[in-house]
Design a protein around this ligand. Structure first.
Ligand SMILES: NC(=O)c1ccc[n+]([C@@H]2O[C@H](COP(=O)([O-])OP(=O)(O)OC[C@H]3O[C@@H](n4cnc5c(N)ncnc54)[C@H](OP(=O)(O)O)[C@@H]3O)[C@@H](O)[C@H]2O)c1
Length: 285
C-alpha cells in the first residue's frame, strides 16, 4: 500500500508549513503546485511536486494517483465549495484513506462557517475517514494582508471593534495537521484550533509596537470603509461580504474562546502572539 501524503495548497499559509514539517520528519510529501518555478524550490526542499490547477480539471485526478492521505486546503474563492467537492471526488476515486481538511472556526450564522460545514459534510458523505481542523484567525494575517499598511502607515484598519480573537499561528495548525497525518487516533475528530490567549486588535497593535520598537496603531474603521478597501483591491463580492461578517463576529466577541487542542495533540504550548511577531519581524521593516 502507498504511503504517499498529498498536500494541496502547498504554497499557502498553512500548507507550506505542513510541507516543511513533513520534510523535517523524514517524509517526502507530494505537493500540489500551479507554477513551475514554485515546483523547483519545493523539489529542492525535499518534496515531490505535481501539477494541479483547480481551474484546469484535467490536472486533478492524475495528481491523486497513488495517494494515501491528503491535507486538503480549499482556496478562499467564491466557488470553494464546488472546487472542494471535485477534490473529494478525486480522492474517493483514488481510494484515499484519510483526508485532513483545513476548515475554519465554526461560528453560528456566518457564510464562511456555513461553506466550510458544507465541505466537511461532502467529505463525511464520501465515506473517506477524515479529520477536520477548525482554526481561528491566523496570526500570519498581520504579516500578509495587513503588512502593507503596517509598513507604510504604521497602522492597520479593520472593523473588529474591541472584540478579542484567540489568534493562532499557522505553524501550530500545521503541527496538528502533521500529527493527524502521521499518527493514529485522529480519524473522525473535529479540532477547534486557537492560540493560548484571546487578544483584541488594540492589544495586538500594542505587542507589535513593543516588539518592533515603533508605534503601530489599530484603527477601528466603519464597515463601509473596509468594504471599499476590499472592493478596491478587486475582491469578489461574496468574499467581501463573508469577510465583513467575520469581522462583525469578532466585534460581537464570538471568536474569543481558547481551545486546548494544540497542546493536547502536539504536546507543545501554542506559539504566543509576541513570539510570532519576533519570528516575523523582518516582514514589517
Ligand atoms: N486566513 C485565516 O485567518 C483563516 C482562518 C481560518 C481558516 N482559514 C481557511 O484557510 C483556507 C486557506 O488556507 P491558506 O491561508 O493556508 O491558503 P492561502 O495562503 O490562501 O493559499 C492558497 C493555496 O491554494 C492554492 N490555490 C489557490 N487557487 C488555486 C487553484 N485554482 N488551483 C490550485 N491551487 C490553488 C494556492 O496556490 P498558488 O501559490 O499557486 O496561488 C496556495 O497554495 C481557506 O479555506 C480559509 O477559509 C483561513
Amino acid at each position: 500500500m502507498s504511503n504517499t501524503i498529498f498536500v494541496t495548497g502547498a504554497t499557502g499559509n498553512v500548507g507550506s508549513q505542513v510541507v516543511q514539517q513533513l520534510i523535517a520528519s523524514g517524509i517526502t510529501p507530494r505537493v500540489a503546485v500551479r507554477s513551475l518555478n514554485k515546483a523547483e524550490s519545493l523539489q529542492k526542499a525535499g518534496a515531490e511536486p505535481v501539477e494541479m490547477d483547480l481551474d484546469r480539471l484535467e490536472t486533478i485526478q492524475p495528481a491523486f494517483t497513488g495517494v494515501d492521505k491528503v491535507f486538503l486546503v480549499s482556496p478562499f474563492v467564491p466557488n470553494m465549495v464546488e472546487l472542494t467537492a471535485i477534490l473529494v471526488k478525486a480522492a474517493k476515486q483514488a481510494n484515499v484513506r484519510h483526508i485532513v481538511k483545513l476548515s475554519a472556526l465554526a461560528q453560528p450564522g456566518i457564510a464562511l462557517s456555513k461553506w466550510h460545514e458544507e465541505m466537511e459534510n461532502a467529505i463525511a458523505f464520501s465515506g473517506i475517514p477524515f479529520t477536520f481542523l477548525r482554526p481561528n484567525g491566523f496570526m500570519q494575517n498581520f504579516a500578509t494582508a495587513m503588512a502593507e499598511t503596517i509598513k507604510a502607515d504604521n497602522a492597520f484598519y479593520l472593523n473588529a471593534g474591541e472584540g478579542k480573537v484567540s489568534f493562532v499561528d499557522t505553524r501550530d495548525i500545521a503541527s496538528v495537521a502533521v500529527a493527524a497525518l502521521t499518527t493514529s487516533g485522529h480519524e473522525g475528530q473535529s479540532y477547534t484550533i486557537t492560540g493560548s490567549e484571546a487578544l483584541s486588535h488594540s492589544q495586538a497593535a500594542a505587542i507589535l509596537s513593543q516588539v518592533l520598537g515603533r508605534t503601530i496603531n489599530y484603527v477601528d474603521v466603519p464597515e463601509d470603509a473596509v468594504r471599499q478597501g476590499m472592493q478596491g483591491a478587486g475582491m469578489p463580492e461574496p468574499t467581501v461580504n463573508a469577510l465583513l461578517e467575520l469581522y462583525a463576529s469578532y466585534k460581537a466577541r464570538q471568536a474569543a474562546a481558547v481551545s486546548p487542542v494544540v497542546e493536547q495533540v502536539t504536546g507543545k504550548q501554542p506559539i504566543s502572539f509576541e513570539q510570532f511577531v519576533k519570528d516575523y519581524a523582518e516582514v514589517w521593516k
